[in-house]
Write a protein that binds this ligand. Sequence first.
Ligand SMILES: *[C@@H]1O[C@H](CO)[C@@H](O)[C@H](O)[C@H]1NC(C)=O
Ligand SMILES: *[C@@H]1O[C@H](CO)[C@@H](O)[C@H](O)[C@H]1NC(C)=O
Ligand SMILES: *[C@@H]1O[C@H](CO)[C@@H](O)[C@H](O)[C@H]1NC(C)=O
Ligand SMILES: *[C@@H]1O[C@H](CO)[C@@H](O)[C@H](O)[C@H]1NC(C)=O
Ligand SMILES: *[C@@H]1O[C@H](CO)[C@@H](O)[C@H](O)[C@H]1NC(C)=O
Length: 441
Amino acid sequence: MKHLSLFLCQILVFSSLLTIIPSIEGRKFHRGCKKHHKGYEDSCTSISIFNILSFGAKANGVSDDSKKLVATWKAACKVPGGVVQIPSGHKFLLKPVTLQGPCMGHVTLQVDGTLLAQPKIGSWSKSNLFQWINFKWVHNFTIQGSGTIDGQGYNWWKPMKSKYISDIKPTALRFYASEDVTVRDITIRNSPQVHLKFDNSRGVKVDNITISSPGNSPNTDGIHLQNTRDVEILHSNIGSGDDCVSIQTGCSNVHIHHINCGPGHGISLGGLGKDKSIACVSDILVENSNIQNTLYGARIKTWQGGIGLVKNVTFSNIQVANVNFPIVINQFYCDKSLCQNQTGSVAIKEVNFERITGTFSTQPIHLACSDDVPCTGINLSDIQLKPSRGPLEGSQNQEALCSNSYGNSKGPLIPSSMNYCLKKGGGVSVHKFSRSSNELC
Ligand SMILES: *[C@@H]1O[C@H](CO)[C@@H](O)[C@H](O)[C@H]1NC(C)=O
Ligand SMILES: *[C@@H]1O[C@H](CO)[C@@H](O)[C@H](O)[C@H]1NC(C)=O
Ligand SMILES: *[C@@H]1O[C@H](CO)[C@@H](O)[C@H](O)[C@H]1NC(C)=O
Ligand SMILES: *[C@@H]1O[C@H](CO)[C@@H](O)[C@H](O)[C@H]1NC(C)=O
Ligand SMILES: *[C@@H]1O[C@H](CO)[C@@H](O)[C@H](O)[C@H]1NC(C)=O
C-alpha cells in the first residue's frame, strides 16, 4: 500500500479531472478521505481505488464477473495511478477477458481475493481459447497482492477424446505488446496450459510470485517468454508440469535469479526453429537458483531445419537435486518419437555452464549438437554432479555426452568424463545457413 502515497501528488490533477469528466460517478470511489474541497486534498489517499464490488460483482465464485472486471478496469484506466481492487475473502469467476491499455498513467491490479476460470471446458467459447486473462497494450502496469489466480485447469489436462478442442489450450495470464510490467507477490495455479506469458513485450519484472500445478499436468509452462526483452524474474517458486521458465524466439536480456524450480522440466531455451523458422535468442543469464525433482535442469533445445542463433547464455550457480538431465543442449529436439534430420539448425554459441552442483538421476550432461552446425564457445566450469540414488542403477549413465560441441572446460568437473567431453578449437559450421545467422539475428 505504500504505493498509494505516490498518488497524493495526483489529487490536484484528479480534482480537475472530476470537473472535466462528470461521467465518473462518486459511488465508484472508496474515498476514505475527507471531502473534496480545497484544503482537504492532502488527507485523501485512496481517491483512485476502484473496488470491483462497487461495480456490482457478485463475488460468489459462480456468477460470471468478467464484465464487472472490465468496467472496473476501464474506470481505473482513465485516471492517473488508478488501482483496480479485487478484495480478499471473495471469489470471482471470470470468463476470458481482455484488459486493454494504454491508460492515463500507472495502473495497479491489486489481487487479494481469488480469480477463478470456468472449470468446464464446454463453457469456453471455441473462438477464444488462447488465453483467459489477456492484458493488451498496457504500459506501466503492476499486478500484485496476496491473492490467487486459479485456472482450474484439471479438465484440460485429461486426454481429449473429442475433436472439439484442437491443440489450443488457454494460457492463464497473458501480456501482449506491453511495456514496463511488474507482476509480484501473487499466486497463479492450475492453468489449463501456460501460467504466465509475455509476448511482444518489453521491460518485465516478475518478483516473489508462486506458480503451482501438478507435475503431471501437460504443457503447463510456468513463465513463457516470446519476442520479449529486458526481463527480470526473481525470488519466485515455480512448479508445474512443463518448463518452469521457457524462453522462446525473439528474447534478449533476460535475467533469472533466486528461483526455486520443480516439479517440471527445468529452465529452457526453446524449442527453437520449428518448421524451419528463424530463431534469435541472446543475452540470457540464469543464476543463483535451485532446481529439484525435474526432468531437465538447464536446457537449450532446437528443432532440425531451423535457422538463426542462440548466443551469450549463462547458467551459473545452480543447485540441482534429483534432476534426470541437469545440463542439456539438444539440436535434435522433437516432441514426437521420431523426427527426420534436416539440413540446417539454429546455431548455438557462447554458452556457459558454471557452478552447477547436486544430484542427477539419468545422465549428468547431454550435449547433442548437429554435424553441420556444431555448438561453439561452450564453457564448462565447476560442475559437480553425483547420482541421486547412490550406486548406479541400470537407467543411469554416468558418462558425459558431448557431440559436435566445442569449447573449454575448467575443473573441478565431476564426473571426470566431463574433462575430455568438449572438443577443443573453433568448430566450423559447414552449412551455408549458419554463416548468415549473425546477420539474421
Ligand atoms: C510509470 O509510472 C511511474 C509512476 O508510477 C512514473 O514515474 C513513470 O515515469 C512511468 N513510466 C512510464 C514509461 O510511463
Ligand atoms: C511475497 O509475497 C507474499 C504473498 O503475497 C507476501 O506475503 C510477502 O510479504 C512478499 N514478500 C516480499 C518480500 O515482498
Ligand atoms: C551477455 O549477457 C549478459 C546477461 O544478459 C550481459 O550482461 C552481457 O553484457 C552480455 N555479453 C555480451 C558480450 O554481450
Ligand atoms: C539424426 O542425426 C543424429 C546425429 O548424427 C543421429 O544420432 C540420429 O540418429 C539422426 N536421426 C534420424 C532420425 O536420422
Ligand atoms: C569461456 O571461457 C573462456 C576461458 O576461460 C573465456 O575467455 C570466455 O570468455 C568464456 N566464454 C564465455 C561465453 O563466457
